[in-house]
Design a protein around this ligand. Structure first.
Ligand SMILES: [Zn+2]
Length: 169
């Protein structure tokens, strides 16, 4: 773009870091729902984003993806330090018990092609524990929330809290 076409109404770069990192799935069907939830629950508009297939689930091996999970956790740990992150929000997603099967996370369908939505939900519960355990001391100074964004039968989105660590070490 040349200088002549520069937009006078262009948004401004924000010098301040938001100190919050959100790890979520790349699935764009959730985007406006996630933004709305983060604003209502945490008054968050600006936040660092780590959007990858599977979201928080990509940080867990789920029994087979050890190299990928380790590599992605290292990228997260880099951001925690480099961006002085004080609040980490880890998001899984999928259908609620009465939700549509097509809402299953594509990354989990890839990892667990024969699993039912209920089995994937159970795996995500295990994966949430695994992610927190494997981050270990990297999260000592970081307030951490883990949610699963669930799509109900009427397509409404509900954020189920899986873990909450409010106290800093
Ligand atoms: Zn997904």
């Amino acid at each position: 773009m040349s200088r002549d076409t520069r937009d006078d109404a262009a948004p401004k770069w924000n010098r301040e870091r938001p100190h919050t990192l959100v790890v979520a799935c790349s699935d764009g069907r959730l985007q406006t729902g996630v933004d709305d939830f983060l604003q209502r629950r945490f008054d968050l508009v600006d936040y660092d984003r780590f959007y990858i297939p599977g979201g928080a689930g990509a940080l867990a091996a789920s029994g087979l993806e050890f190299l990928r999970a380790t590599r992605l956790r290292r990228e997260c740990e880099f951001l925690l330090v480099a961006h002085s992150v004080e609040h980490l929000i880890l998001l899984f997603h999928g259908p609620a018990a009465d939700g549509p099967g097509e809402a299953v996370c594509a990354d989990y369908s890839r990892k667990m092609p024969a699993a039912s939505p209920a089995e994937i939900r159970a795996q995500q519960d295990c994966d949430a524990e695994e992610v927190l355990r494997r981050f270990g001391r990297a999260l000592e100074q970081v307030v951490t929330h883990v949610f699963r964004c669930e799509v109900a039968g009427d397509r409404s989105l509900h954020f189920q809290l899986l873990h909450e660590r409010l106290c800093r070490a």
